[in-house]
Design a protein around this ligand. Sequence first.
Ligand code: SAM
Length: 207
Amino acid sequence: MNYSTGFWNRIAKRYAKKPVADETSYQFKLDCIRERLTPEMKVLEFGCGTGSTALLLAPLVNDYQAIDFSSAMLAIAEQKLAECPCPQLHFSQTPVEAYLHEKNDLDAVIGMSVLHLLNDPESAIQHVFNSLKSGGYFFSSTACIEESMSWFKYIAPLGGALGLLPKLHIFTQQKLQSYLTDAGFVIEYKWVAHNNKISCFIVATKP
Ligand SMILES: C[S@@+](CC[C@H](N)C(=O)[O-])C[C@H]1O[C@@H](n2cnc3c(N)ncnc32)[C@H](O)[C@@H]1O
């Protein structure tokens, strides 16, 4: 499979320095996740980037695997982990498509700002579903660009070809929800910030 790691490796240092765009919304999403995590859980976060979310959530669970395909993003994540050790947190460089298995042994999967970047989000969602235990959670925060920036689909391919943008999937919230329910998930909670209609946070559960 063809993975566009180059873009993320190039911007990793800048990404790490950039403050979270909307701290209040980010903290709200973290709280929604935190209140569902318990100390015996085994968690996977994919597209973990520089590890900020992983470092905050891993202390709450038994095992937290955080993966990303970008070596530069992970180098920063590993540096942060060395400064603030957490024995249950492990970073590894793996594309999510190669990592997800069908073992039904995960209690929760987290994907923050990443589903719309995958080659095949629909198939990844099905794999997330298959990798979860019954009762497991999928927490995702995803840019649904078609919602209020549908014009973006005309410039995205050019931005991608010039290396200015990563490869993007442009879909609506409705489409994202149908990917989830078609995979077998039940949508327990959906939240869209009033000041950012593009980013859709969903808590989905495997029945
Ligand atoms: C927008 S960043 C989000 C990083 C982090 N989750 C956050 O919220 O700050 C997207 C991340 O997903 C990673 N990524 C994109 N496609 C991936 C894939 N197929 N497998 C693993 N990581 C991927 C990129 O390297 C990048 O670190």
